[in-house]
Design a binder for this molecule. Structure first.
Ligand code: GLU
Length: 441
């Protein structure tokens, strides 16, 4: 059974980087007919907020990334305590009392001597009496997992053969001094107990994976298939870490990005396959293959999402957007026609409002001095509305006959007078929608 999970910490809004992780795990589960878990990594009570849990769910729902169940780490603390006890019993867990400043000093010394800054395991040498004394003095220590100092290897779904020397990695802290269980342990316990078969996450987790493989083995489990995707950079290869705050899924939704544009982009970005706009998330499932992704940093440009959004909107029938269009106050009799005219002239649905305002209130006319007389004469010939699909050609024929103007010299001044713009939708379609012709007043 293929089981995957998306495991955000609810400490902020999720962004395009998180989406990449979520989508890959989602697609693997759906393609295999398996199960996709939304796991809330909320072991940190200070930083985790319920508001972010809700926001994460809303963002995933907006995209149509449906989950089969939700798990919360805060409800599973007893499971982690039990695993910690087992590690203690088997001698793989030890308490260490160094302060952050002391650790920092040790690291600096090691670096000065040209050695990797790996925790020196000084705490392992403490006698029981020394430990008791330190605990009395400093309070509870942190609990570190004692790595077996051998090479840790796995075949990564994206990175291929990985081999990490455990001696080059510090024994990971799994429980903090205040008793808080850290993600490295909680995640392992969850993945084992929930039968997670595939874990896709960012390449910033590669070292975690090495230590987690040993923790899983110590607890008697089998590691899932791991794959680590590259991190996103900006369009010029610059780090996105500072900008990710502005690339939250809610910001993109506000900006009008269509979910399917974002999903189509993200399901292929950084892979050997071209980005292709799909109609529906289900169309992304079959062609998804994690092994097609590369390890190089992946350039992401949010601007790419807008042409894709525009393209998607052009394919939508009125029914798909009826609610949104009516929400603008477009009268029922005009709404479908309004959409057909507007959809070819918008980038996002947010642009609809401007078009509706223009049709409802009319535009400030633009009339060049040399056309003033012509426009005035033409407007005399314009019958009262409502206009229909024939009105524009009937009117312009009459104007042509009366003034002798034709072609661009005939049409352009009228377009500018009625819409205030030199470009835009077909005037035959615009005229029936225009509720007010300000140039006439
Ligand atoms: N909560 C972790 C994170 O957001 C999950 C990592 C994982 O997928 O194991 O980085």
């Amino acid at each position: 059974m293929t089981i995957t999970r998306f495991a955000p910490s609810p400490t902020g809004y999720i962004h395009v980087g998180n989406l990449r992780t979520a989508l890959m795990n989602y697609l693997i589960a759906r393609k295999a007919g398996g199960s996709f878990i939304l796991r809330i990594d909320d072991t940190d009570p200070e930083r985790s907020k319920e508001e972010y849990v809700d926001a994460i769910k809303q963002d995933l729902e907006w995209l149509g990334l449906t989950w089969d169940r939700v798990e919360r780490q805060s409800e599973r603390l007893d499971r982690y305590a039990e695993a910690a006890d087992r590690l203690r019993e088997m001698g793989r867990f030890y308490e260490a009392f160094e302060t952050p400043t002391e650790l920092d000093l040790k690291r600096k010394k090691q670096l000065n001597m040209g050695r990797p800054p790996v925790y020196d395991r000084a705490a392992l040498a403490l006698t029981q009496a020394e430990r008791d004394a330190l605990r009395a003095q400093r309070g509870n220590g942190v609990w570190r997992f004692k790595l077996d100092q051998e090479r840790i290897t796995w075949v990564d779904g994206i990175l291929g053969d990985i081999s990490i020397d455990a001696a080059s990695v510090s024994d990971p802290v799994l429980i903090r001094g205040d008793g808080q269980v850290l993600y490295t342990l909680a995640s392992v316990v969850d993945d084992m107990e929930m039968g997670v078969s595939h874990v896709v996450r960012g390449s910033d987790h590669v070292t975690n994976t090495a230590t987690q493989i040993q923790i899983i083995a110590a607890l008697g489990g089998t590691p899932p298939d791991f794959a680590h995707h590259s991190l996103l950079t900006g369009p010029k290869g610059e780090s996105l870490s500072k900008r990710l705050g502005t690339l939250s899924l809610r910001d993109l939704r506000e900006a009008g990005v269509a979910p399917i544009a974002l999903l189509s982009h993200m399901a292929r970005l950084g892979s050997a396959d071209p980005v292709e706009l799909r109609h529906d998330i289900s169309e992304l499932i079959d062609g998804f293959d994690i092994s097609r992704f590369g390890s190089a940093p992946t350039k992401f440009d949010e601007q790419d999402l807008y042409p894709m959004t525009a393209h998607h909107l052009q394919s939508l029938p009125y029914e798909a957007v009826a609610e949104r269009v009516r929400g603008l106050g477009v009268p029922d009799g005009l709404a479908a026609q309004f959409w057909l005219v507007a959809r070819d002239n918008i980038t996002t649905l947010n642009d609809l409002e401007g078009w509706w305002k223009l049709f409802r209130d009319g535009a400030d006319p633009v009339i060049d001095a040399e056309d003033a007389e012509f426009v005035a004469q033409a407007l005399e010939l314009l019958p009262e509305g409502p206009h229909d699909a024939q009105s524009w050609s009937e009117w312009t024929n009459a104007v042509k006959a009366a003034t002798g103007r034709k072609g661009r010299a005939l049409f352009m001044p009228l377009r500018k007078a009625l819409t205030g713009q030199a470009h835009g939708p077909d005037m035959a379609q615009v005229l029936p929608l225009l509720q007010v012709i300000r140039a006439k007043a």
